[in-house]
Ligand binder design. Structure first.
Ligand SMILES: C[S@@+](CC[C@H](N)C(=O)[O-])C[C@H]1O[C@@H](n2cnc3c(N)ncnc32)[C@H](O)[C@@H]1O
Length: 255
């Protein structure tokens, strides 16, 4: 039976691809990738990764369906989730066509680890649920950007025995209000840390790439530096992906 392999390839550095991921990449007949156009910041990284670990790889580029990003669908949660579900359905249909149109095992390359803020697993489940393509599938873990953030800053993401909240910029305020002390924030269209001056922050952008930048310290002391670094990375690399850990000041905790 045909195999679909969802392969986590780490957050940017070809050195941070596991041996298991390399073996999986070499085992498939071709890769299906979402084609977001020449402006896709990950295009060059993906090409470098394949050149380094596979050699000449067969890549089936599938034009990425448009996602509804109108104000109506970015405001309320229900309409946001509805827009994302529609987009995933369209992606599933496109991936199904790519899979049915080509023979052999298929690889999906996933940035970082497939378990964090990536929908490839959900979309592959949707392809199966459509009932037209029959395959087995597996997931190969990758190094996540949040692990690389911790390694670069040489920190543990939580204090002894404490929980971590991993969330998105959209939900940061809800995490703060819920009393979370250690919050990892991903998918940052903007960074808004108003009122969090006494928290500590460990921030990293474009980790594992030549444009990597780190900033750490108390929010009130380093916020200006962080915004400058963000702008500098974006202008030098042409794109930015950043992740950070926020930790509530010890004397303000509920314990
Ligand atoms: C669509 S999510 C994918 C996360 C990915 N699956 C992972 O495990 O890191 C993209 C977000 O991950 C974070 N991210 C991914 N790669 C990064 C990198 N090289 N440096 C900093 N943040 C990164 C950013 O918050 C970005 O907005």
């Amino acid at each position: 039976m045909r195999r679909v392999r969802i392969i986590g390839v780490g957050p940017g550095d070809p050195e941070q691809v596991t041996l298991e991921a390399v073996a999986a990449m070499r085992s498939v007949a071709y890769f299906v990738v979402a084609d977001k156009g020449r402006d896709d910041p990950l295009l060059a990284a993906r090409e470098a990764l394949l050149a380094r670990h596979v050699g000449s790889a067969r890549v089936i580029a599938v034009p990425d369906p448009e996602r509804d990003r109108s104000a109506a669908t970015t405001g309320a949660d229900a309409s946001y989730l509805g827009a994302v579900a529609d987009w995933h359905d369209a992606r599933a249909a496109a991936y199904e066509r790519a899979i049915l149109g080509h023979d052999g095992d298929v690889g999906f390359l996933v940035w970082g680890d497939p378990a964090f803020y990536d929908s490839t697993i959900r979309i592959v489940e949707k392809v199966l649920a459509r009932g037209n393509a029959d395959f087995s599938w597996d997931v190969i873990p990758g190094v996540s950007s949040l692990q690389l953030l911790a390694a670069r800053h040489r920190i543990v993401l939580h204090e002894i025995g404490q929980p971590i909240t991993v969330t998105t910029a959209r939900r940061l305020r809800a995490a703060v209000e819920s009393g979370a002390d250690n919050i990892v924030v991903m998918l940052n269209a903007h960074i808004d840390l108003d009122g969090l001056d006494h928290w500590d922050v460990w921030w990293g952008a474009n980790l594992g790439t030549p444009h990597e930048r780190l900033v750490g310290g108390q929010v009130g002391d380093v916020l200006a530096e962080l915004h400058e670094a963000r702008a500098a990375v974006k202008s030098a690399a042409g794109w930015i992906m950043d992740v950070y850990l926020l930790r509530r000041a010890a004397h303000r905790r509920d314990r």
